[in-house]
Ligand binder design. Structure first.
Ligand code: F6R
Length: 611
């Protein structure tokens, strides 16, 4: 949440460049935005509410500039609350992603000392703290920031500029992401590496409790207690094409359409033609995982639903007991860990605050945390002991699409790997080899499913007049029903709910009528006859019912008087991948019909870095 972008150079083109950087980070928050430059010994800023859109900056070009795009936490969406924030003297400018939990006490203290606040944000406190500190301390900017960082509780990624030091900026990180881009003659920083790609692929990921002192020619990394640290430079393996819309009207559509490729990238080099799975990232914990008895998957939103699918697949393949827990629930409950347990965190961004807190909690409970993460070098990747990268490529639209399908594929690979590597494998390798080989066929099945878009568009029209839509599924399709409900709520602002199909008669059906239709996921599997009966129960009560099945299921259900969409037949545990594509297209088409801002739904932001 919130995007930060900065530039420290010598060629006086920073303000417009920072604006371009902010545009590429706007999916992180789009309530308001602002930029500050250091011009002729003065800090000058502009701030605006609303999205950046086609805006141009009115600031003069100068040597150092930084900007911020906001997702409001403290204080409403007003120009005064937009970042950058200044101290009373206009000497320090601060941009911030995160939440300062002790803001009330600090604000009181600073007001007592005579500081005048112009906003309701927690961020402004940091600027005044810097001003206060310079009354007694005259060290360099990084030392000054380290003194302030020690006073802050909560999570933060900070960018600080000092009017009196025009060619430098200082960053501090505790919880929020920050990446520094390295080029000859100038340096950049951003909340997300994708924003740096047009300029450089050489980056330094700032770690928690680290401070970076940046000048056009140098980056120095220090710990919060001022110890010099070695920085390691990473080469980004994404290319700039990946962050463009490629002629698509929206990132969401582009990301839906590129799923055959993103799935291939998730599996590349990891499954051989006999279906054997190799996951290099798990080698370090191979012995630990050989006898694992319980895996608690954790995550939020879409990633959590992928975790639910993964937990079911794992139990189909191995004797490991597994369960998915929503991170925000886990964090404040007392859940037990049986013998030989591990925690496995599923997250696209790797920056979700609830997930990071869960990691700290499992560590304090002496449980090994593992990761399934898309963004390389992200906080979750750094804080977990080992794990698997998703390699789905950058996901820019706020609604998660390609990460979901890649997460399911990766969790299926992890399940195969765990089965292969168990000390007492159940029924040999054939079951995992079968799933491994089926995974390889998935990109083609997804490519074929994408061709169903005209049919899905028709379905969107039929559903768009409903007052509520209820999604139902069994087994691995129950989490898909939850994901479908989430996707439509998020993108189309539609009133939806996801339920286990077997629960229909236990309450939900009483609230259904011709304005509250059902969408049922009913593939050809061991439960098809049960699903058929449930569909008949709906139809008998004149409740409009739409079925999403596979070609084999279509034959079994074709005599029913309801609309049916058929996806290609895949392995029975992988059906949520192909059907997710239908769900995503449906949410997209409904969003279009209802004229929603597809890539940036109201009140949301891509990566949720606050609790
Ligand atoms: C839904 C969506 C959110 C995220 C959730 C977790 O489309 O985008 O529900 O899935 O905030 O985010 P990550 O995976 O980044 O931890």
């Amino acid at each position: 949440m919130c995007g930060i972008f900065g530039y420290i150079g010598k060629d006086k083109k920073q303000a417009s460049l920072v604006l371009e950087g902010l545009k590429s980070l706007e999916y992180r928050g789009y309530d308001s935005w602002g930029i500050v430059v250091n011009h002729n010994g003065k800090l000058k800023r502009e701030r605006h509410t609303g999205k950046i859109g086609q805006s141009r900056t009115i600031l003069p070009e100068s040597d150092t500039a930084m900007g911020h795009t906001r997702w409001a936490t403290h204080g409403g969406v007003t120009e005064a609350n937009a970042h950058p924030h200044f101290d009373c003297s206009g000497r320090f400018a601060v941009v911030h992603n995160g939440i300062i939990e002790n803001e009330k006490e600090l604000r009181k203290l600073l007001i007592k000392k005579g500081h005048k606040f112009t906003s309701q944000t927690d961020t402004e406190i940091i600027a005044h703290l810097l001003e206060e500190e310079t009354k007694k301390y005259h060290g360099n900017l990084s030392q000054l920031v380290s003194l302030i960082a020690a006073k802050l509780d909560g999570a933060f990624a900070l960018g600080v500029m000092d009017r009196d030091r025009p060619s430098e900026a200082v960053l501090a990180r505790f919880g929020g992401p920050l990446v520094i881009g390295l080029t000859e003659g100038y340096k950049l920083f951003a909340s997300d590496p994708s924003a740096l790609l047009p300029f450089t692929r050489q980056v330094i990921y700032l770690k928690d409790r680290e401070i970076a002192w940046i000048t056009p020619d140098n980056v120095e990394i220090m710990s919060f207690d001022n110890q010099k640290k070695r920085s390691s430079v990473t080469t980004l393996d994404w290319n700039v094409e990946k962050i463009k819309k490629d002629g698509y009207a929206h990132y969401m559509l582009k990301e839906i359409m590129e799923q055959p490729e993103s799935l291939m990238n998730t599996m590349r080099g990891r499954i051989d033609i006999k279906g054997k799975v190799k996951l290099g990232g798990l080698e370090a914990v191979k012995d630990l995982l050989r006898d694992v008895e319980f895996i608690r998957f954790m995550g939020c939103g879409t990633a959590g639903y992928a975790g639910m699918v993964g937990a079911i697949i794992l139990q189909e393949l191995t004797p490991v007991v597994s369960h998915m827990e929503v991170s925000s629930e886990f964090n404040y409950s007392q859940l037990n860990w049986p013998k030989n347990s591990v925690a496995w965190f599923v997250t696209q961004s790797g920056e979700t605050a609830d997930v990071l807190i869960s990691i700290d909690k499992v560590k304090s409970e002496r449980i090994i945390p593992l990761g399934l993460v898309n963004v390389v070098g992200s906080s979750v990747a750094q804080r977990t002991t080992a794990g698997v990268y998703l390699h789905a490529g950058p996901e820019i639209a706020v609604a998660s699409t390609k990460a979901f399908t890649s997460q399911i594929a990766a969790l299926a690979m992890i399940s195969c790997w765990l089965r292969q590597n168990r000390s007492n494998g159940r029924n040999g390798y054939s079951k995992s080899a079968d799933l491994g080989m089926s995974l390889l066929k998935l990109p083609l099945a997804v490519a074929k499913t994408l061709k169903l878009r005209p049919q899905v568009k028709k379905l969107a029209k039929l559903l768009s007049g409903a007052s509520q839509i209820l999604f139902f599924g069994r087994g691995v399709y129950y989490p898909l029903a939850l994901e479908a409900a989430l996707k439509l709520r998020e993108v189309a602002y539609f009133n939806t709910i996801g339920l286990p199909l077997g629960e229909l008669k236990h309450g939900p059906i009483s609230a259904m009528d011709k304005n509250r239709p059902a969408v049922v996921f009913a593939p050809f599997d061991k439960t098809i006859d049960k699903s058929r009966s449930n569909i008949q129960e709906l139809l008998a009560r004149d409740i409009p019912t739409f079925v999403i099945t596979d070609k084999a299921g279509g034959k079994k259900l074709s005599d029913l008087s309801c609309e049916i969409i058929e996806v290609p037949v895949v392995h029975e545990l992988l059906g949520p991948v192909t059907m997710a594509v239908v769900v995503q297209l449906l949410a997209y088409e409904m969003g279009l019909l209802l004229n929603r801002p597809i890539d940036k739904p109201r009140n949301l932001a891509k990566s949720v870095t606050v609790e």
